[in-house]
Write a protein that binds this ligand. Structure first.
Ligand code: SF4
Length: 377
């Protein structure tokens, strides 16, 4: 189903992956297990023979979620709850929900109450990753998730099952990295929207199949430098609605580095092979880049963004802020100040999953890059 997709089909599926996931579940008889961002070890879910699907909200209207979550809960949390309550919940037999911020901490109980007939498990990622106990904690959590999925499914998994799942997931990330590297140097080879659609869809469909599509696309890409592109670094968690990438493409911005969970932070999740797979999955948790609700060093966000800007020789940083994301709202004022003090141009894009019109985003983005060219920032 996902093994010979064209670029256009990938963009379409990334916009709405659920019809094909529903069909896949029907055809294969396998179960789909949904997760929200971030850091649930999807290899573990895959090793059980289930399809791990990262839920990334919906742009459709909010009907049910507002009666469960307050208006100032983040746009992503509200949108994800709506997705399963009103639109796509029938696809999933269960959910593994990470708790990474105050919003997600309360959210898992709301899901548990609303889906009494489904499997609902929490994944408690440590938020202070520099504590000596953090490694022990992550390993215990992975083992607890394995035991929980075993109990639910009546299946046991072996190290071999985990190693096979890790192999498929690693291949996916390495293919994405190769395609991204081509695009960085050849901005006209594919659009930002196409690249980030691949990143997104990779976290939602069967990678054993999808890797075949990625391989074909990678081999077909041509070196196309293009002219008039402005290299930028994209910072944040996600970038939705996907039409924002259309705006980037329209004004010829080339994303040469990012910190997104639907981007580089996903690719950074390649797991070491050859040793104990649970130890390797545990180690992976600590080698990914900064994610706003998880802290080990208060300056890490700033240091990473600055290093990325310098390494890529980008011309500006674009920060994607999700409406009412409390974690971003703590970090952003300091990050913005420190980045500006370095003389790095930064533009903050405010996003909301239910946004219908991007005209205000377009106007502000265009104004920012025009003033950048004029040197008046
Ligand atoms: S980290 Fe931000 S966007 Fe993610 S669930 Fe928490 S508040 Fe929402």
């Amino acid at each position: 189903m996902w093994d010979s997709l064209s670029l256009k089909e990938i963009v379409d599926h990334a916009k709405d992956p659920y019809p094909s996931i529903r069909q896949w579940v029907k055809d294969t008889g396998k179960r789909a297990v949904g997760s929200t961002f971030a850091d649930v070890p999807e290899e573990v879910i895959y090793a059980f023979g289930f399809l791990p699907v990262t839920l990334m909200g919906t742009n459709r209207p909010l009907k049910e979620a507002p009666s469960h979550l307050p208006d100032n809960a983040c746009s992503l949390a509200r949108s994800n709850l709506e997705l399963v309550l009103s639109y796509e919940g029938d696809i999933f037999d269960g959910y593994v929900l990470p708790q990474v911020c105050d919003t997600t901490q309360h959210l898992s109980d709301i899901w548990r109450i609303n889906f009494p007939d489904k499997y609902v498990e929490s994944y408690l990622a440590p938020r202070q990753a520099d504590r000596p106990s953090a490694r022990y904690w992550v390993k215990e959590e992975i083992e607890r998730i394995i035991a929980s999925l075993s109990k639910w499914s009546g299946k046991m998994i072996t190290d071999n099952d985990l190693n096979e799942a890790i192999k498929v997931h690693n291949e996916n990330k390495m293919l994405l990295k190769e395609i991204y590297d081509i695009k960085k140097k050849n901005p006209a080879a594919l659009t930002n929207k196409e690249l980030f659609a691949m990143m997104k869809l990779s976290q939602q469909v069967d990678k054993l199949e999808f890797n075949k599509s990625l391989k074909k696309i990678k081999d077909s890409l041509k070196a196309e430098n293009g002219k008039g592109y402005t290299d930028i670094v994209l910072v944040g968690i996600t970038c939705d609605p996907p039409e924002i990438y259309d705006l980037f493409d329209e004004i010829k911005l080339n994303i040469v580095g990012d910190t997104l969970l639907v981007g580089t932070r996903y690719i950074q999740g390649v797991v070491n092979t050859g040793g104990n797979p649970i130890d390797a999955l545990t180690e992976r948790h600590f080698k990914r880049g900064f994610f706003t609700p998880i802290h080990d060093d208060v300056y890490r966000n700033y240091e990473e963004v600055k290093a990325l800007y310098q390494e890529t020789k980008a011309e500006a940083v674009v920060y994607v802020h999700i409406e009412f994301c409390e974690s971003q709202e703590y970090d952003l004022p300091d990050l913005k100040n420190m980045i500006k003090q370095e003389g790095i141009p930064i533009h903050v894009l405010d996003t909301e999953y239910q946004t219908l019109s991007l005209s205000h985003v377009r106007t502000r983005l265009q104004a920012f890059f025009e003033s950048l060219k004029g040197g008046s920032l």
